[in-house]
Write a protein that binds this ligand. Sequence first.
Ligand SMILES: *Cc1c(COP(=O)(O)O)cnc(C)c1O
Length: 367
Amino acid sequence: MNNLLDRVQSTMLMGAGPSSVAPSTYHAMSQPTLGHMDPFFIRIMDELMTGLRVLFGTENTLTIPLSGTGSLGMEASFVNLVEQGDKVLILQNGVFGVRMVEVATRLGAQVTELAFEWGTPVDLEEVEKALRQDTFKIVAVVMAETSTGVLNPVKEIGELLNEDTLYIVDAVTAIGGMPIEADRWGIDVCYAGSQKCLSCPPGASPITFSPRAIEAIKKRKTKVPNWYVDMMLLTEYMSGGKRVYHHTPPINMMYGLYQAVLNIQEEGPVKVFERHVKAHEHLVEQLGSLGWTLLVDEPYRLPMLNAFVVPGGVDEAALRSTLLNEYHIEISAGLGALAGKIVRIGLMGYNAKIESVDRLVSAMRQI
Ligand SMILES: *Cc1c(COP(=O)(O)O)cnc(C)c1O
């Protein structure tokens, strides 16, 4: 091996994730590795869990970072709640809704998929109709659909659900970039990821379970079929006095997540969310003057993920590769049916600022 790492160049990450990492977070991750039972590490984890509760808008005791990426959060949500034959309603308007269907189906759930055109939000009337026709144990939706740039009406969907239904929400791209009110919106399981608006490298998935969700796990007739993310086992390691060994968490990853959450706390969450909106407005205005328009209509646009329709005559693949190779700026392609039709520009965490937008727009102008 000749050391390739010496030749990694810094790229400004303005795609669908991962996002650029704050220097303070890199610094945090290079601190000495402690043992996972070290009381000081446990103290760090306890504080981290408190910080995560604030970002989720919850008082749930069971709020922890899973050792894995956002998709592990999705797996953990379904694998703990679903038993063979359970009825699950998935509201799908993008790639991550499709992934939910895949995950729930593999667990033997009876899945009803309610699909909406990509680029449009979940339609509440359709949800109401589906809920009148059948009773579901679980309803699941993606809050910030990264594949399309759509914000779904998570609060309003929650208001349609009765007390017997468990509500799973994917907040991977939302966390740290916009307010989440898990308790007030009636969310039972909410999961997230470290590498979107938290601006931490990929590798940790914050997740929270409501007391109702925990009751549902305790009432299972069968064991949670996945040992690694069995929430009851994880609870014994992560909380309470016992701290029973379960697995060795990626210690330095947790330092990074701790710092990332601390950074938001220090700047002030409201200010952080406003910064995302301002950067988004600036980007829309600047690219608008170059003839670029957004895929998504006004009230459903995500500030942190901007899906732009590629104007006629623009070779989007060439644009992306020139941006990456010559300007060291990454933006993302469209996925599925939107491939070639849109590009996705992320304004997540560290790069949700005017200077970053200006650097990108100036490069795009030159190209
Ligand atoms: C990125 C993302 C995921 C998956 O996270 P990974 O870290 O790639 O596993 C899930 N849901 C949404 C909405 C995402 O944006």
